[in-house]
Design a protein around this ligand. Structure first.
Ligand SMILES: Nc1ncnc2c1ncn2[C@@H]1O[C@H](COP(=O)(O)OP(=O)(O)OP(=O)(O)O)[C@@H](O)[C@H]1O
Ligand SMILES: N[C@@H](CCO)C(=O)O
Length: 319
């Protein structure tokens, strides 16, 4: 995370009294990430992560925090939110919504092998199944409606080639999302941002998924396409790596079998997932917010992936 809102140890000392975490000992801003302000905090009870939400509202946040709690209770490895003395998971800090969650062990695996992709694929399927009875509902706020709103905002900044690509892909995705196969796809709460930097591994052992703040109700296949587009590619070219794709898809399929409609939708969904991140990166690049520390993401990476997905047939979803 970048730090958009500064929090001192003094600020934390008073604020944390409402949580059953003992006294605050240290706070450290986390520089990676682009959406919220994140801090590692140390208290008498151990290490936690404090997030101040820069864009999400008090109304939207229960969905994410309750979802994490729901998944954790069902054996999906995710950070557990910490409630204050009133049982609240989201509490104002410097006038913005904030939450504390447990800190996961391990580090991100940025050079995944097929065994890491298999572990992620199986856990994604478990997460989809475990969320089926989650009672709250919220749309994917970075779904088709947001793409439609954002496209005219970024178009003026694009080369004519890229503007043509964006317009054409938006037309293709509108047609796909209103088609019959799409309507039949399984859906429910999904993570929707499960990049390598949002998963922890301790050696080869998966220790958890985190950063659920783009989660929402969408198709399960979209979630998997987002995940494949980050975990199973050659980073320089965006080309899919057959062994890693196979490992992830087969592990998912073994837990939650794919359907024929999903197989027919897979290629279009890989394109949708590439478009989603091309657009958000363009938006953040050309229309940035102020931040004390900021690590912008490169939009051209997802432009390359989108062009590559359009040009190349998708690997089969299952045999
Ligand atoms: N529960 C957690 N346990 C351990 N580390 C965490 C946890 N939550 C966040 N972090 C650390 O903080 C960093 C930034 O967090 P996060 O990915 O949520 O930020 P972000 O701004 O939402 O990032 P992104 O760009 O992926 O949206 C992570 O890379 C990770 O190192
Ligand atoms: N995962 C996103 C950042 C928002 O979480 C990206 O790489 O563009």
């Amino acid at each position: 995370m970048a730090v958009f809102t500064a929090v001192s140890l003094d600020d934390l000392t008073h604020w944390i009294e409402q949580f059953p975490l003992g006294k605050a000992i240290a706070i450290k801003g986390i520089a990676s990430g682009i959406e919220n302000s994140n801090f590692f905090i140390t208290t008498e009870r151990g290490e936690f992560v404090l997030t101040i939400f820069e864009n999400l509202t008090f109304e939207q946040l229960p969905f994410y925090l309750q979802l994490m709690r729901h998944l954790a209770e069902r054996g999906v490895l995710v950070p557990a939110p910490v409630a204050n003395a009133q049982g609240e998971l989201v509490v104002p800090l410097h006038g913005k919504p904030a939450a504390i969650v447990s800190k996961l062990d391990g580090t991100s695996q940025m050079q995944p092998q097929p065994l890491h992709c298999a572990a992620v694929g199986a856990m994604v399927a478990q997460m989809h199944l475990a969320a089926r009875d989650f009672p709250l509902s919220q749309p994917n706020l970075r779904g088709l409606d947001w793409w439609t709103e954002t496209t005219p905002k970024v178009l003026p900044f694009l080369s004519s080639d890229n503007a043509a690509l964006l317009r054409a892909e938006m037309a293709f995705q509108h047609a796909f999302a209103t088609g019959e196969a799409y309507a039949r796809l399984a859906r429910g709460p999904v993570h929707a941002d499960l990049f390598r930097n949002n998963v922890m591994f301790d050696g080869d052992r998966l220790t958890g998924f985190f950063d659920f703040y783009f989660a929402g109700c969408d198709t399960w296949l979209f979630d998997l396409a987002v995940t494949v587009n980050d975990w199973c590619i050659v980073p320089e070219t965006g080309v899919l790596d057959a062994a890693r794709v196979r490992a992830m898809l087969d592990a998912y399929h073994a837990v939650r079998p794919f359907t024929a409609d999903e197989a027919a939708s897979w290629h279009a969904m890989l394109r949708a997932a590439a478009l989603r991140f091309w657009l958000s990166r363009l938006y953040d690049f050309y229309l940035p917010r102020e931040a004390e520390m900021l690590t912008p993401h490169d939009p051209s990476h997802f432009e390359r992936i989108l062009r590559e997905r359009i040009a190349t047939p998708a690997p089969g979803l299952f045999a």
